[in-house]
Design a protein around this ligand. Structure first.
Ligand SMILES: Cc1cc2nc3c(=O)[nH]c(=O)nc-3n(C[C@H](O)[C@H](O)[C@H](O)COP(=O)(O)OP(=O)(O)OC[C@H]3O[C@@H](n4cnc5c(N)ncnc54)[C@H](O)[C@@H]3O)c2cc1C
Length: 391
């Protein structure tokens, strides 16, 4: 088929590679430059983890992705995935029913080897942590982080080598449709691009480009901070791996120091709803203040260090936190792959196959979870609070 893909973030790039490998004629559009500075994919690091609470489907998919990351490191001839392990620490006992407890149980059930930690073990192995506040948790040696922006560039190179036509100076304006059949798309400079399928992978922009999707998606901005520690040694991955600091309570998670001497810390929280190109897309003084309070309570050695960069990164949120990968029943020929809800990048090595199966309408059991589901409604306020805490 002739396939036009709208948006060259990780969803678009992995789909372009897979669809080209399956012999389709693929054009990939993005206003560019790539990686696009406002894209969610564009960053120095993203967490790669197995832990998904009690959700076995996500853990299985994450296991496949982990094998894929090892394979990509070999294929790319450089490590863009770093297996530092992931640390989940709690401010109280890891109780039954919590996200960490369910993850611990499922990891053990699936024969992984997470290491349980108490306060003295945390102090000995991960001395940057304030062990008067963090007393329980576990370390999973299998996870780590991937250099998302650099991975994106390698995949775009791969797509070009497979004959994908990249238009990194073109923006989608609207579908080109006749009688409910998608014939292609129109770009913002008024040109028509004919295609058998239009695949929209525009992340947080998706429901702005396809307004009838507004009831199902929100674009939520999350704060991300880049700090320069005074004692770099204390933040090397051997003693400061990727971490989640009692996320259902604080929302904060972060990464070891990178080759440029930077420690990235971000917050997974309610977020602020906005258009991805809104003027409001700046980190606020209160988000800064919250971070400083968190650092004082958790990493005293980082409490006063300089923040050299801040950004608001956009989630394409769905109401149930699951991805949205399916054909639009009202627009024959349109396929949407968005709704990352802040957790899609880690699946990059298996994402292309998933999206390509959806485009080709191949039977793939996992696509049931990501199907077109207008029946999923916004949660009541108190439910949202509980849901955000759990996600
Ligand atoms: C703060 C934050 C932290 C995250 N941390 C993690 C993590 O630790 N682990 C993890 O697994 N995931 C994480 N994620 C989620 C991950 O970043 C996303 O799942 C992934 O990057 C989404 O990719 P995408 O291709 O859907 O969207 P994007 O990367 O946003 O790409 C969308 C593309 O669409 C393009 N576009 C926009 N408008 C148009 C148009 N009109 N025409 C053509 N193209 C257009 C944009 O230029 C952009 O390149 C995080 C996300 C955020 C925001």
């Amino acid at each position: 088929m002739k396939i036009a893909i709208v948006g060259a973030g990780i969803n678009g790039a992995t789909a372009a590679v897979e669809l080209a490998q399956r012999g389709h004629d693929v054009t990939l559009l993005d206003p560019g430059p790539l990686p696009h500075p406002l894209a969610a994919t564009t960053d120095i690091s993203k967490v790669v983890r197995l832990e998904y609470g009690a959700d076995q489907e996500y853990m299985e998919l994450a296991e496949q992705a982990l094998a894929g990351w090892q394979e990509w490191n070999r294929e790319f001839g450089q490590d863009l995935f770093h297996q530092t392990g992931v640390l989940y620490l709690k401010r109280d006992e890891m109780k039954r029913g919590t996200y960490e407890w369910h993850s611990w149980r499922l990891l053990n059930k699936r024969k992984h080897h997470p290491q349980r930690l108490d306060a003295s073990e945390i102090k000995k192995r991960f001395p940057a942590w304030n062990t008067r506040r963090y007393v329980d948790g576990f370390y999973d040696p299998e996870g780590g982080f991937a250099e998302s922006g650099r991975v994106l560039l390698r995949l775009v190179e791969k797509a070009l080598a497979l004959g994908v036509r990249l238009r990194a100076d073109k923006a989608f304006q609207e579908l080109h449709e006749t009688n409910g059949f998608v014939r292609g798309l129109v770009t913002q400079d008024g040109r028509k691009l004919y295609a058998d399928r239009v695949l929209v992978t525009a992340g947080a922009w998706t429901h702005y480009l396809l307004p009838w999707l507004k009831p199902y998606f929100r674009a939520n901005g999350m704060p991300v901070f880049y700090l320069v520690p005074n004692e770099p040694e204390a933040f090397r991955s051997t003693v400061f791996p990727v971490f989640a600091a009692d996320t259902s309570l604080t929302g904060y998670y972060g990464f070891p120091i990178n080759r440029d001497g930077v420690v990235k810390i971000a917050r997974h929280w309610d977020g602020r709803e906005m258009h991805p190109e809104s003027d409001e897309r700046v980190v606020t003084a209160s988000e800064d203040k919250d971070l400083r309070a968190f650092l004082r309570s958790t990493f005293p050695a980082l409490a006063q260090v300089p923040i050299i960069h801040r950004r608001i990164c956009m989630y394409s949120d769905t109401w149930d936190g699951h991805f949205w990968i399916d054909h639009d029943p009202e627009h024959e020929g349109l396929v949407v792959a968005a709704g990352d809800s802040g957790h899609g990048f880690k699946f990059a090595p298996v994402l292309g196959k998933l999206i390509a199966d959806a485009v080709e309408q191949n039977p793939n059991p996992l696509l049931q979870k990501f199907r077109w589901r207008p029946e999923v409604k916004p949660r009541k306020t108190e439910e949202v609070a509980r849901f955000v805490k759990r996600k």
